[in-house]
Design a protein around this ligand. Structure first.
Ligand code: NAI
Length: 343
């Protein structure tokens, strides 16, 4: 019998339960060797009388080293701190990896987009060090440590090498934030020179980098940046290939990995059965490939390949959700993928 992998499943808030349910059905049909242990986080946890990020959820991820997570809502301007940020910090998930690729049957301005954003996931302005200096004056501190800048740069160059990619472009604003962003690019440059001289290193001031990205995304390969820039550029890049319904992601640390799509809980469409589950299906494919890498389980890679072929075929056959100009709902798209799985 194939090796089974236990993993935590966090349905999350808003469209989270709808898309995680669709992914579960696809993975069962694909005979993915996964056994889920469901845990709560976010508003869902609060509704069940738990902490917003229960200790039991953190402990389960630490134990299984693997989670698939739906999006969690964060109140704007008040209320509790982001679960997503807490999770990434507490579990030391320092590299957010977000592949952005053109998909068959999804027509956008560009063809052949194939880039990967690597976002530093634990510091920068997300450190949450904010205070009121005096009424009417507030400040937010951007934190950069040499250790965190170095480890994420190392991760990005190693990833580029393993995936046979040729260039790492670093988006920064070191002309203005000379200390923090200055440290970020210095660390990246040092890792490039000392350990990965064969991978091209391209530092770009972020404003000019964004202009180039929307003019011609095919010139980019791996993009490395600090936390907030990575957050913004991820959504921008999603828009180049069809939007947030088609961009998967992973938060990776040395011990654990939490897989989640780039999109949020989409309260505007939650509960309507219209959310695109593809981003999370693609995310689950990343998770299976990760298991192939870290646990050397070839069966996981095989299942990942068959799910990918199935969703590509579904899109090529014009099976699409509303965000992509189609008519299918969440479950109908999952059915279309399931129908195209080859035994
Ligand atoms: P969002 O990503 O939830 O939605 C932005 C727009 O994209 C909306 O119009 C939404 O309908 C659409 N969209 C997103 N995912 C979609 C999908 N799978 N299928 C079809 N359309 C989709 O971003 P927003 O509105 O800024 O944030 C909503 C909430 O989600 C906030 O509380 C935010 O903090 C949270 N959030 C959570 C994340 C996470 O858990 N990793 C990531 C981003 C936001």
């Amino acid at each position: 019998m194939a090796q089974q992998h236990r993993a935590v499943l966090i349905p999350g808030d808003g469209i989270g339960p709808e898309v995680t349910n669709a992914v579960k059905r696809v993975l069962v049909a694909a005979e993915a060797p996964l056994v889920w242990e469901e845990h709560q986080a976010g508003l869902n946890a609060l509704k069940q009388g738990k902490e917003v990020l229960p200790l039991s959820t953190l402990e389960a991820i630490t134990h299984h080293k693997l989670a698939l997570k739906g999006p969690c809502t964060t109140p704007v301007g008040e209320g509790f701190a982001s679960i997503n940020v807490q999770l990434r910090k507490k579990l030391h998930l320092y590299a957010a990896v977000r592949p952005v690729r053109s998909l068959p049957g999804v027509k956008t301005r560009f063809e052949n987009v194939d880039l990967v954003i690597v976002r530093e996931n634990t510091e920068g302005l997300y450190s949450g060090v904010e205070n009121e200096v005096t009424p009417g004056v507030v400040m937010s501190m951007k934190v950069a440590t040499e250790a965190a800048c170095t480890r994420v740069a190392h991760w990005a160059f190693r990833y580029a090498t393993r995936r046979k990619r040729r260039k790492v472009s670093v988006f920064h604003k070191a002309n203005i934030m000379k200390l923090t962003d200055g440290m970020f690019i210095r660390c990246a440059q040092r890792i490039h020179e000392d350990e990965y001289p064969n991978i091209e290193y391209q530092p770009l001031i972020i404003d000019a980098g964004c202009m180039r990205l929307v003019q011609d995304p095919t010139q980019f390969d791996v993009l490395l940046m600090e936390n907030l820039y990575g957050d913004v550029v991820s959504d921008l890049a999603a828009g180049l290939v069809g939007g947030l319904g088609v961009t998967p992601g992973a938060n990776i640390g040395d011990d654990c990995a939490v897989f989640e799509a780039v999109h949020g809980s989409a309260p505007d469409i939650a509960g309507k059965g219209v959310a695109n589950p593809l981003a999370l299906i693609m995310t689950s494919v990343m998770m299976l490939n990760h298991l192939g890498d870290v646990r050397h389980d070839e069966n996981c890679r095989k299942v990942a390949g068959s799910v990918r072929d199935a969703y590509n075929q579904a899109l090529s056959d014009g099976k699409k959700t509303r965000d992509l100009g189609g008519e299918l709902g969440t479950e109908a798209f999952a059915d279309a993928v399931i129908e195209r799985l080859k035994g």
